[in-house]
Design a protein around this ligand. Sequence first.
Ligand SMILES: [Zn+2]
Length: 105
Amino acid sequence: MFYWKDPIEWEKDILEKMVRLYCKAKHQKKTPCHDCLEMIAYAKNRLNSCKYGKVKPTCGNCPIHCYKPIMRDRIKEVMRYAGPRMMIVHPLDAVWHLIKSKTQK
Ligand SMILES: [Zn+2]
């Protein structure tokens, strides 16, 4: 797989974009609300301590579920909402993530 960005940094970037999309729609905030900021910080923290490092699978494919259950539920909801919309708002990120997760199967 060819990367033109650090995969961990990119996942963080994608994640933040998704949470921002979600918060804007669901919580009517221009900037992420406290809960959503907390979620971004938590997820970035998990990515930082991901033991796979640069060969990390996409989070959906990862055999290790490192999120605590409450955060996992919240992130899942964000993904459900923001996933399809990423194609429209940030197509490059969405396509890359899709290719990456398909090639790992
Ligand atoms: Zn929010």
